[in-house]
Design a binder for this molecule. Structure first.
Ligand code: CP3
Length: 354
């Protein structure tokens, strides 16, 4: 395997010394880039991009051609796993993801079994193809959804603003939700390990909807299953540690608990003070994120001020991977994303000269 030319991201995740704070952006390959929209039009659809290793490689590399980002992220989607479990994923134009067969009755839930990895072969082929195309430029991140976040889409049948079906199940028939979460957990462990085998050099678990749970329910229905995933992952490949990042959007109040499940890094949204977060958990884990994605709508000078504030809040030394607190908006100006990357690289050097 080719030697990494820029391993700043991997070193920051392990809190090893770095020269500057590395940055990547959640959803960095996406609709805000005109070249992404052009490739998607050629592929015919979003799933056309995901299922073709050549297209997936092309769009993964697009943001890296524009900006000096410190990591690439596999182009795919978290919902490929429930699709492989037989739920029938489709994207209705302008409506986001949907499932043909959402899990609403006990018979369907009891019949659920872990995903067959063979149905996800296109993802592992994409990982191998992207690794080859990167040629050691920067590390490649693999990912999956958390069992609870996947269950939200599987039970609701698509996006939701109140999670009425999954919450009804959680409170009335918790054993049914636990069965779904168990099947998701087994699927995710095998899925992420296969991504690592194919060449992913770090992995992130997206718990986008864990923050919608009550204090007690978060531990029982989301965190406990992520802990099992972390314990089941391969942590070394090619003689190097494969760091794990756990990101619960809205999880700022539970940082100590999240930091205790064995991951290397905890993702922050923008509602938590990063200095306080570091004081609470910085001895245990690295931190990622904290920039309000909608601050990218402001002018570059304001973006730079916000970067300076977050870098000063984290303070001296390694252990911070700069990122947005959630995915970049499709309406963001690519030039503003460029200003963000530049500001992070330029302003962070003073925090890394020991
Ligand atoms: O970060 C990256 O660049 C890698 C690619 C990536 C996508 N989705 C591509 C995508 C990743 C890591 C995801 C994760 C994902 N997908 C999550 C967790 C993170 C988060 O954003 O909360 C979730 C909840 C999903 C499910 C999903 N997929 C939704 C809700 C949507 C619609 C989003 C929207 O803005 O309409 C998708 C589709 C999707 N996944 C797009 C992209 C680039 C847009 C599809 C398009 O091109 O039309």
């Amino acid at each position: 395997m080719t030697q990494l030319k820029n391993d700043t991201f991997l070193r920051a995740l392990l809190k090893e010394p770095v020269e500057y704070t590395p940055i990547w952006m959640m959803r960095q390959a996406g609709r805000y880039l005109p070249e992404y929209r052009a490739t998607r039009a050629r592929a015919g659809s979003f799933m056309g991009l995901c299922t073709s290793p050549d297209y997936a490689t092309e769009v993964t590399l697009q943001p890296l051609e524009r900006f000096p980002l410190d990591a690439a992220i596999l182009f795919s989607d978290i919902l490929t796993v429930p699709d492989a479990m037989g739920l029938g994923l489709y994207f209705a134009e302008g409506e986001g993801p949907k499932f043909q067969r959402p899990l609403r009755d006990e018979t369907a839930i009891r019949a659920l079994v872990p995903a067959e990895l063979d149905k996800l072969r296109y993802v592992f082929d994409a990982v191998a193809s992207i690794r080859q195309a990167l040629d050691g430029r920067v590390p490649l991140i693999g990912f999956s959804g958390s069992p609870f976040t996947l269950a939200c889409y599987m039970v609701e049948g698509g996006g939701s603003d109140d999670f009425r079906h999954v919450k009804a199940m959680l409170y009335s028939r918790p054993e049914l939700l636990h069965h779904i979460l168990e099947m998701n957990t087994q699927s995710v462990i095998a899925y992420l390990n296969a991504q690592i085998d194919a060449g992913a050099q770090a992995v992130q678990i997206f718990d986008t909807w864990g923050g919608a749970l009550s204090h007690a329910a978060y531990r029982e229905f989301s965190l406990a299953y992520m802990q099992r995933i972390v314990a089941g992952l391969k942590r070394e490949a090619d003689g190097r540690r494969v760091p794990v990042i756990v990101f619960t959007k809205g999880g700022g109040q539970w940082l100590e608990d999240i930091a205790a499940i064995g991951a290397d890094c905890v993702g922050l949204d923008w509602t938590t003070d990063i200095g306080q977060a570091r004081a609470r958990v910085g001895a245990k884990v690295a931190l990622q994120g904290n920039f309000d994605p909608n601050a990218l709508f402001a002018e570059p000078a304001a973006i730079e001020r916000e970067v300076a504030r977050i870098l000063a809040g984290y303070g001296q030394g390694s252990g911070h991977v700069f990122n947005l607190g959630h995915g970049i908006s499709q309406f963001a100006d690519p030039a503003h994303a460029g200003a963000l990357v530049d500001a992070v690289h330029r302003l962070s050097r003073r925090y890394h000269c020991d």
